[in-house]
Design a binder for this molecule. Structure first.
Ligand SMILES: *[C@@H]1O[C@H](CO)[C@@H](O)[C@H](O)[C@H]1NC(C)=O
Ligand SMILES: *[C@@H]1O[C@H](CO)[C@@H](O)[C@H](O)[C@H]1NC(C)=O
Length: 543
């Protein structure tokens, strides 16, 4: 059985991927003696002439409406058959409590409903939020998942409402009710940081709140708290929350010992909670690592003077990625993917749908730092993730894919015989064919569109939306599918993931709708909002 794990980063997914790529201890020892890879020079993005100064945006009202209807359908199915449980099972009209039973879909959908000005859904969710009992749950609580979905969703709603997105002024009564719940939740979660080092235990139990006693934590789950917890401090005026998350992050900004930083700025995955020391060197831009890198530049966007260190670390990671990880499939050298690494000498030519956020993140970095090479490189990555969509029978990209790069001596799994034709044509082969309603490819189209104004990215987003409509729309909502390379998807997972409403439908809506205060802006200092990894926009810090 294939297990599904939450939004972008997931430690469990990393372990799963490690399993899939056969990363046993003995193999790690064996490949460590390989010769170093040849590529040690700076990579120049192919499109160096591009300038993206003053994009003009095109509104597609009919398409934006089609996305709203998809959101309405997803919400109606959930509200009828699953609310106030966490997730809808759309083909069987059942429900799942996979996020502690606090109504995860409702909280995750709120910022999207606000941006779509869907008053009825907004009211349904706002009436519900004060009734959530964040003290009660029977299952273990993930600090990371709870932070990005529930806390991020609540803070974003607070920021959007107090920014008058509803047109009812600040609507301070409803905003305060949301904030009260956010504080209550964070006060239950904060026990996680009560460790010797301050690196949090990601796995908690509530009632009363306590740690489960984990030994390790991963860089994504440690490094994807700082935006939400800092925002909570800034809204409440209580510095404690931001301090806790920033102290945990300090171990990622100054990684020790050396093995934890195999390339400048690029880290291993796991650290010891007792002392904050890294225990491995393997990593990538995929699950378990991803949003640590994402938040480095987003914190700088949040407050450039307070988080200049974070920016320096992002630049190191971005430059090292362009220097050491760039890989062109042997069958399609026109494409560019980022390899994963086992250590400083060994790359794995494997990537994931999750990792396709990286194109958008490079673009955001280029826009934020006014450095076109990052934007150009990001567009190159976006183009290659687009290729994972257009190459399949459904026009939807797979969960995990691989390729070969004959310029490197590292071992590469051979192309499976029954995919050699596919690989010759497409430049990748499929390692896991699922699509579980993930956002990353469309998210990166969104950043590409905002950076360039090039309507081709709207067309790519529309093609992805139509393909998902065709394949994933089923029963009372939308479901993940088993195989993107079989027409029709070969069967349903029967889960409507909460990030389908929080992320996929939000980015689709944003790419077709009018410019607004919360849209990503070109030009440093112009952004009023920054999106957390679950696509919840929070206000940047004001000076
Ligand atoms: C909120 O928005 C509405 C509708 O756009 C506008 O009429 C009103 O003046 C705004 N209120 C504030 C306090 O900005
Ligand atoms: C290729 O063959 C493997 C092993 O027999 C099988 O598991 C897989 O489903 C096949 N893939 C395709 C695309 O036919």
């Amino acid at each position: 059985m294939f297990l599904f794990f939450g939004a972008r980063p997931s430690v469990a997914l990393t372990a799963l991927v490690a399993g899939l790529i056969g990363l046993g201890d003995s193999q790690v020892a064996a490949v460590a003696t390989q010769k170093p890879p040849p590529q040690r020079r700076d990579y120049t993005p192919r499109d160096t002439t591009a300038r993206y100064d003053t994009p003009e945006y095109i509104v597609h009202s009919a398409r934006a409406d089609a996305v709203r209807q998809a959101f309405q359908r997803s919400w109606d199915g959930y509200y009828k058959y699953a609310f106030p449980h966490d997730s809808l099972r759309p083909t069987t009209n059942g429900y799942l409590d996979d996020r502690n039973g606090w109504g995860a879909t409702a909280v995750d959908a709120l910022s999207t409903a606000l941006i779509m000005q869907d008053t009825k859904v907004v009211d349904q969710i706002l009436n519900y939020i004060p009734t959530i009992d964040f003290d009660k749950t029977d299952t273990s609580v993930s600090l990371f998942e709870t932070t990005i979905r529930y806390l991020g969703g609540l803070l974003s709603a607070y920021d959007l409402i107090t920014s008058n997105v509803t047109g009812k002024g600040g609507d301070s009564k409803r905003a305060q009710a949301i904030l009260k719940q956010a504080v209550h939740l964070a006060d239950n979660l904060k026990v996680a940081f009560d460790t010797q080092s301050g690196v949090p235990d990601n796995d908690l139990w509530f009632n009363p709140p306590r740690k489960s006693g984990s030994v390790h934590n991963a860089i994504a789950t440690v490094g994807t708290l700082v935006l939400e917890w800092t925002r909570l401090s800034d809204i409440t005026g209580n510095p404690l929350y931001g301090k806790l998350a920033q102290r945990a992050e300090s171990y990622l900004l100054s990684p020790r010992p050396k093995l934890g930083e195999p390339f400048p700025g690029l880290l291993g995955t796991y650290l010891k909670i007792s002392n904050g020391q890294f225990v491995d060197s393997s990593g990538g831009w995929g699950g378990g690592d991803d949003s640590f890198y994402e938040y480095l530049i987003k914190m700088y966007l949040y407050d450039p003077s307070a988080f200049a260190d974070y920016k320096r670390r992002w630049i190191l990671a971005a430059d090292s990625s362009m220097k050491y990880l760039v890989s062109h499939p042997s069958s399609r050298p026109d494409l560019t993917y980022l390899a994963m690494w086992r250590d400083s000498r060994t790359l794995d030519f494997v990537s994931q749908h999750l990792a396709c956020f990286s194109g958008g993140n490079f673009i955001l970095g280029g826009l934020t730092l006014n450095t076109p090479k990052y934007t150009s490189f990001g567009l190159e990555l976006v183009n290659s993730c687009h290729n994972t969509y257009t190459s399949t029978a459904t026009h939807i990209g797979p969960e995990i894919f691989r390729w070969e790069d004959s310029r490197f001596p590292s071992p590469s799994q051979p192309v499976p015989q029954n995919q050699s034709d596919f690989y010759a044509k497409s430049g990748f082969w499929i390692d896991s064919a699922y699509y579980v309603l993930r956002p990353e490819v469309i998210e990166s189209y969104y950043y590409a569109y905002r950076a360039t104004g090039d309507p081709k990215y709207q067309e790519w987003a529309w093609d992805a939306f139509r393909s998902i409509q065709k394949v994933c729309r089923v029963g009372s909502g939308y479901s993940g599918v088993v195989n993107v390379n079989v027409k029709g998807g070969m069967g349903y997972t029967d889960v409507q993931e909460t990030f389908w409403l929080a992320e996929v439908l939000k980015y689709l809506y944003l790419i077709f709708s009018e410019d607004a205060e919360w849209q990503v802006k070109v030009g440093s200092g112009k952004n009023r909002f920054v999106y957390n990894t679950e696509a919840h926009p929070v206000r940047v810090r004001r000076d």
